[in-house]
Write a protein that binds this ligand. Structure first.
Ligand code: CTP
Length: 433
């Protein structure tokens, strides 16, 4: 009864109504349907925001792909767009009334087995108990019945409710992390995101699994997804420290250590966030700093697994290969136009990394000056104005570059100065021709 009240408070009325309709549709098809996953966590914890993604499990022993049957029935009642993934026994229904933000992920109850540690799971259809048993933590193994005669009944085979109340992450079986090391990442991420504590035996299991070396350098696509989520936290450092403490960072490289230099640089990224953050994925800059902490000879093995896009890759390579040259430049002896040319050739992401990594260095001070004073400087004269003397093309480009150079180096201060200079340069060119 109390759970029903919680559901009424947590779910917007049309969503509660949808869950009731789903239960009715399942009953009409002689199926059993349950709410599962993150929305139960959020429902039972205080002050958690409502999530429009709703996960459902359909159970019907002996028959396969019942999720599809329920999804089709719901579509016929509610409309919306349906996607069916027959081989997985799952379906997605979205863009339907009452609210287009809602998305129903419907899965046929199943069990998973792993041919070897870290393998993709082999799936077989089964009942609700087995479906919940295959999940990582007890708090993720709760279900709420949705049929008309048991609507709102909590199903808790693994004491997940108790763990939720104590904010504990407890794994369901000792071999969960050997089966799938992604769960070790999830444990650390959920611990931070939910303000939970990984229960001590679970923490030991993670540490032991990682210590075995089985997953050294095992940065699969799913681990990459987790890594990006962690690095996208407002402050990823506490989670990184936990990943390091439990040995989970060994999945990237066993030699990766969160030393003081790295932590200082990670901390300092935030200082320049207003300049750079908007243009980049939140995880990109911290990821480059982590990569720099991996020994040089190990980086080629890790880099392709990180799947950086072209811009990120260019930024990383500039950071890796040009830092020493740029740090050794005698910036004080260079005219602003030379500084401008040198820094313009460097991706912004690399500039951010240098600021965080080498604070107070002449390089960092020069970058700050470049960013604030010179980066957006343009000649007073526009190409449009120059058209009266010159056709657009390489000559005009060269002239504009020369005007910019003169302005950067303080040789011109006004539109008039530039007019005089432009006329002089055009005349010189005509004399040469
Ligand atoms: N799961 C698992 N092992 C994984 C990934 C997921 O056992 N490597 C289980 C978890 O119990 C999880 C469920 O599959 O609750 C659904 O996964 P997902 O939707 O990815 O996770 P959520 O728990 O909803 O959390 P989040 O969205 O924050 O990842």
């Amino acid at each position: 009864m109390q759970l029903l009240r919680l559901m009424q408070n947590y779910f917007p009325p049309p969503v509660l109504d949808l869950l009731q309709q789903t239960g009715q549709a399942a009953a009409d098809l002689n199926l059993k349907v349950y709410l599962i996953g993150g929305s139960i966590r959020d429902l039972l914890l205080p002050h958690r925001a409502f999530d429009w993604d709703i996960d459902l499990v359909v159970e019907n022993q002996g028959e396969e792909a019942r999720a599809e049957a329920l999804a089709r029935e719901l579509q016929s009642r509610l409309g919306g767009q349906l996607q069916v993934f027959k081989q997985y026994g799952t379906a997605k229904l979205g863009k339907f009334k009452p609210d287009e933000r809602l998305q129903l992920d419907i899965a046929t109850a199943r069990t998973e087995s792993y041919a070897y540690p870290g393998a993709n799971p082999e799936v077989a259809f089964s009942d609700l108990h087995a479906d919940l048993d295959r999940r990582d933590f007890s708090v993720n193994a709760l279900a709420i019945a949705l049929l008309p005669d048991n609507f709102g009944q909590l199903i808790d085979y693994f004491e997940g409710y108790h763990d939720l109340q104590h904010r504990h992450l407890r794994t369901l079986h000792p071999d969960k992390f050997r089966e799938d090391p992604v769960r070790a990442w999830r444990a650390c991420r959920l611990e931070q995101a939910l303000d939970f504590q990984i229960e001590s035996e679970t923490a030991e299991l993670i540490a032991d699994t990682m210590k075995s070396g089985l997953f050294d350098g095992f940065c699969s696509a799913r681990i990459r997804v987790e890594l990006r989520k962690v690095l996208s936290f407002d402050d990823p450092i506490p989670c990184l420290l936990r990943l390091s403490e439990l040995g989970v960072l060994r999945c990237l490289d066993p030699h990766l250590k969160l030393n003081e230099t790295l932590l200082d640089a990670l901390n300092r990224l935030e200082q320049w966030q207003p300049w750079f953050a908007e243009a980049h994925d939140a995880w990109a800059a911290p990821l480059c700093l982590l990569l720099e902490a991996v020994p040089l000879e190990k980086r080629p093995a890790l880099l392709p697994k990180l799947e950086l896009n072209q811009h990120q890759l260019r930024s990383w390579l500039a950071f890796e290969q040009k830092s020493q040259t740029y740090l050794q430049n005698d910036w004080s002896k260079m005219p602003p136009s030379a500084i401008y040319a040198a820094l313009k050739a460097i991706p912004d992401l690399t500039l951010w990394l240098w600021l965080a990594r080498y604070p107070e260095s002449p390089l960092a001070l020069t970058i700050e000056r470049y960013w604030l004073e010179w980066r957006n400087l343009k000649p007073f004269l526009t190409g449009h104005e120059l058209k009266q003397w010159l056709k657009p093309g390489p000559h005009m480009r060269a002239l504009l570059n020369e005007l910019l150079r003169a302005r950067l180096d303080g040789e011109t201060h006004s539109h008039d100065d530039e007019m005089t200079l432009a006329q002089k340069l055009i005349q010189q060119r005509q004399e040469v021709l």
